[in-house]
Design a protein around this ligand. Structure first.
Ligand code: TYD
Length: 144
């Protein structure tokens, strides 16, 4: 599984820093929804799902957390601890978030509006679907 990190262009001067996010430019899809996760209690693990169609970019604006990514073949854990990078979470990637610092603010940009029908929340079903779709190591769909 290829982990795709987007390095954002930072506009900085003596006042500090600014990053702009634009659909179909540094964010590789139409931007339909933004949500953020904050105030996560200690030892909480969340996510535990994949999406059938949704593509997302996760950006840790403050603090840190970890993201487990699983394409049904391989699992990788990524530390998110900078607002300067985004992690692309493509459709059909099982993901779990954990080890949130108290001050963690995790911003997520999404390619679709919220739709519970797009969620796969059963890991066995996710595995069945990835097998059926013939997911192999390093296979990705290009959405850029
Ligand atoms: P949930 O999917 O459990 O979050 P996570 O994947 O981070 O564990 O979402 C928590 C609640 O928020 C759930 O009731 C669905 C709702 N929700 C929305 O209404 N809109 C959204 O865009 C998202 C992501 C969740």
């Amino acid at each position: 599984m290829k982990i795709e990190i987007i390095d954002f262009d930072i506009k900085g001067d003596e006042r500090g820093f600014l990053i702009a996010l634009e659909e179909n430019k540094n964010i590789p899809f139409d931007l339909k929804r933004i949500y953020y996760i904050f105030g996560t209690k200690e030892n909480i693990r969340r996510g535990f799902h994949a999406h059938k169609q949704l593509n997302q970019v996760a950006i840790c604006l403050s603090g840190s957390c970890k993201m487990l990514m699983d394409d049904g073949v391989e699992k990788k854990t990524i530390l998110l601890d900078t607002p300067e990078q985004g992690l692309l979470i493509r459709k059909m990637i099982w993901h779990e978030m954990f080890d949130f610092s108290k001050d963690c603010v995790l911003l997520v940009l999404a390619s679709e509006l919220y739709d519970e029908n797009d969620y796969i929340r059963d890991y066995n079903k996710f595995i069945r679907l990835t097998r059926k779709n013939g997911v192999k190591n390093n296979e990705t769909t290009t959405i850029w």
